[in-house]
Design a protein around this ligand. Structure first.
Ligand SMILES: [Zn+2]
Length: 352
């Protein structure tokens, strides 16, 4: 399935279920997390935007996450309203469009995109249009997003393998890679003085876990490594900020999900598929992780089952094509109903 459809599905799902699942009060508002440290919860439901952060150093601004082009355009004036220091660096927490497709906009505003080397590896895998072959995810996204169509892919050019440090004596930001999680190139931004951790989509606060490009077993280990930093404040990739419990709950969600799927791992795909609702209800009983259950749930069960050696639930190419045609004919207003597991199951086969 192409990324445009996937994006439409994701956005439609979030829009459809949003009011009950998303704390929207702070969306598009600048939150001061600490002196010179800011957080901005992106409008995911309507515009597909990720969260952003920025740190005002003595001589420049470091931004966390590239967002979509329209997301970058949304926050740049807000940054400029706070400081006249130049925006020098934009850190992509990973390669996904809603975190990295705005890079060109940051470059046009004087910033250099920064990322873990794994982001380039992932882009080489999925951004086949840029790297010289057939159209890839960018081209798919451009079909459905005018902001992407008007911009161009700009892979990060300042790269780190394990960590990169920004420190002017007053502020210190450490970019870390702790291993595979949401993707194979996740980076965290850690502020040791303020004990603030920007996690990208390795940790979210709400039903936003797209698992298609990662690995759930390693994801838990990566989050546990990040947990050792001892963060007081978590600024997630999607959803509102919170305390250390956000990281704890995100880990607990994946641990519980894996435990439940393991119980049915030797069953047939159709049996596991039939057990999805039961697994969901089991997890929902734990109030600390219930908020992570959302429209992606069947896809998450399938992903973990496949990681444990199972086969995908179904070959969905025909239904995906049908859905795609339907989506195209409705522009960006593809309707996704909670009961439509045909659509929901098709989500992880593509990009996010
Ligand atoms: Zn992502």
């Amino acid at each position: 399935m192409n990324s445009r459809l996937q994006q439409q599905l994701f956005i439609s799902v979030i829009t459809a279920f949003g009011p009950s699942l998303i704390c929207t009060a702070e969306v598009n508002k600048v939150e001061t997390v600490a002196p010179d440290v800011y957080f901005h919860e992106g409008d995911l439901g309507r515009r597909g935007h990720c969260n952003n952060g920025w740190i005002v150093f003595e001589d420049y601004v470091l931004v966390v996450d590239g967002n979509f082009p329209s997301g970058a355009q949304e926050v740049i004036p807000k940054i400029k309203a706070i400081t006249n220091k130049p925006i020098r660096f934009a850190f992509d927490t990973h390669h996904h469009g809603d975190h990295a497709y705005g890079n060109q906009v940051w470059v046009e505003n004087g910033a250099t995109p920064v990322a873990h080397t794994g982001v380039i590896d992932e882009m080489k895998k999925y951004e086949t249009g840029y790297y010289g072959n057939t159209p890839g995810r960018w081209e798919d996204a451009a079909k459905g997003r005018p902001d992407v169509a008007k911009s161009k892919l700009k892979p990060p050019t300042l790269l780190f393998r394990n960590e990169m440090i920004f420190d002017d004596g007053k502020h210190r930001v450490e970019l870390h890679h702790f291993g595979v999680a949401h993707t194979h190139g996740d980076g965290f931004a850690w502020l040791p003085k303020e004990r603030i951790l920007f996690t990208g989509d390795a940790c979210v606060n709400g039903p936003y876990n797209y698992m298609g490009d990662g690995n759930s077993e390693q994801w838990i280990k990566t989050l546990q490594a990040a947990q050792k930093l001892g963060a007081k404040t978590i600024c997630p990739g999607h959803g509102p900020t919170g305390g250390p419990e956000v990281l704890e709950d995100q880990i607990a969600y994946f641990v519980s999900l894996r435990n439940e799927v393991k119980k049915v791992a030797d069953k047939k795909p159709e049996e596991v598929k039939a057990a999805v609702d039961q697994i969901k209800e089991t997890l929902r009983k734990n109030e600390r992780i219930a908020r992570y259950i959302g429209a992606f749930f069947p896809a998450q069960v399938e992903k973990v089952y496949v990681e444990m050696g199972g086969k995908p639930f179904q070959t969905a190419s025909v239904t995906i094509e049908d859905d795609k045609l339907h989506a195209d004919s409705h522009g960006r207003t593809l309707a996704v109903k909670p009961s439509s597991d045909k659509v929901l199951l098709s989500i992880p086969r593509s990009t996010r």
